[in-house]
Design a protein around this ligand. Structure first.
Ligand code: PMP
Length: 407
């Protein structure tokens, strides 16, 4: 069933404003999505009525807050189809999830001479923690190259795999190109030689059904703010036996069983990895974001976004001077482009003057920009509340801007 986009737009207060005298058109969804009223209200409701510290209070408010907090974890169990609810760990975001895994799993299991494989289209968050680990351990970072269309070179990946490979850490969907990577195949091949696989799900979890058991990934990390939820909150999924084998990330309250000055024992999952008072209010509000997605259905959301992607791709491609960056066959609703003869930043400023919010620059993927020999791109990324008429406005504006240098 198709979605009622006007009703959905009604749930997002931020969309109903003017920017630079024009109705706001928000096409920066790959950076962060907007929040439905239910999420915003859940946050203020929590602080107005339930605020207290969780898991240890013997009073009603603490009990309520704990139940609501743990309810979000349960929603995530079905959202990702994890085997056990304890396999869901709350973090600050994708970045913290990857750093957590590098600092714990990486430090314990990756040694001198071992190899970690990433790809040429990774976000800095899935590059730098591995460079730091490799430097510390004397391990080697290998990079899967990509084609001009922005697709992984799977033959090159095959030839990189060996008994030295300990971890493949790969972006499920590229934030800059929109490419959906063939992660099922990557996971199967990595497992065949005994390597573990971490998926950076920052861009995939909001657009695709992600079933961790059917994918069989060992880790999945993502950020709540790209799924209509609050900023500064994320999720790390890991298979229980792997999480159990890892040392804790941070020491402190919550993560312990018993502390003496002689010896400390650690708490069970998931608390072993959630030291200190967590981001309680935002976790509770994130539950409402998940309910928003469940209510509309991921498939229906994706169908709408795919329609916008196809329409925008066809319309923008007609513009003289339009240069797409990333033309993979299998994509989510992200269009990166340049205008011949123009700096992406200038294009972004001109679009902003028309009330259209896009991202410009390297999108935290500088090596990817180097691969394409460019400084940056203009990126328009669509979400469930965007419309074809907004795309018409984008096309009209880009068309006008492109004419400056492409007569
Ligand atoms: N990986 C990808 C693919 C992303 O798109 C992002 C966010 N742009 C991140 C990692 C980092 O996410 P966060 O800043 O929320 O930690």
């Amino acid at each position: 069933m198709s979605l009622n986009i006007e009703n959905i737009r009604g749930e997002f207060p931020i969309l109903h404003q003017e920017v630079n005298g024009r109705p706001l058109i928000y096409f920066d969804n790959a950076a962060t999505t907007q929040k439905p009223l239910a999420v915003i209200e859940a946050l203020s409701h929590y602080y107005k009525t339930d605020n207290s510290n969780i898991h240890r209070g013997a009073h009603t408010l603490a009990d309520r807050a704990t139940r609501y907090y743990e309810n979000t974890r349960s929603l995530l169990q079905s959202f990702l189809n994890t085997k056990e609810v304890e396999e869901i760990i709350f973090t600050k975001g994708t970045t913290e999830g990857i750093n957590l895994i590098a600092s714990t799993y990486g430090r314990k299991f990756i040694n001198a001479g071992d190899e970690i494989i990433i790809s040429a289209m990774e976000h800095h968050a899935n590059i730098v923690p591995w460079q730091m680990l490799c430097e510390e351990k004397g391990a080697l970072l290998k990079i899967i190259p990509i084609s001009d269309m922005g697709e992984l070179d799977i033959e090159a990946f095959d030839s990189m795999l060996s008994s030295k490979t300990k971890l493949v850490s790969i972006v499920h969907v590229s934030n800059t190109l929109g490419t959906i990577n063939p992660v099922e195949e990557i996971i199967e091949k990595a497992h065949a030689i005994g390597a573990k696989v971490l998926l950076d799900g920052a861009q995939s979890t909001s657009h695709l059904e992600v079933d961790v058991q059917s994918l069989d990934c060992d880790f999945l990390v993502f950020s709540a703010h790209k799924l209509y939820g609050p900023t500064g909150l994320g999720v790390m999924y890991g298979k229980r036996e792997i999480l159990d084998s890892m040392p804790p990330y941070q020491g402190g309250g919550e993560m312990i069983k018993e502390v003496t000055f002689e010896k400390t024992t650690y708490n069970e999952l998931p608390f072993k990895f959630e030291a200190g008072t967590p981001n309680i209010g935002d976790v509770i509000a994130f539950g409402k974001a998940l309910e928003f997605i469940n209510k509309n259905g991921k498939n229906a959301i994706k169908a709408h976004e795919d329609e916008l992607l196809e329409y925008a791709t066809v319309q923008l491609s007609k513009i003289k001077g339009f240069i797409p960056v990333g033309t993979a066959k299998n994509k989510i609703s992200v269009i990166s482009f340049n205008i011949n003869g123009m700096h992406p930043f200038d294009v972004g400023m001109m679009l902003d003057a028309n009330g259209i919010a896009v991202r410009t620059g390297h999108h935290c993927t500088q090596p990817l920009m180097q691969r394409f020999g460019i400084e940056g791109t203009v990126r328009a990324s669509f979400s469930v509340y965007n419309t074809k008429s907004e795309i018409d406005s984008l096309v009209a504006s880009v068309s006008k801007i492109a004419k400056i240098k492409n007569k």
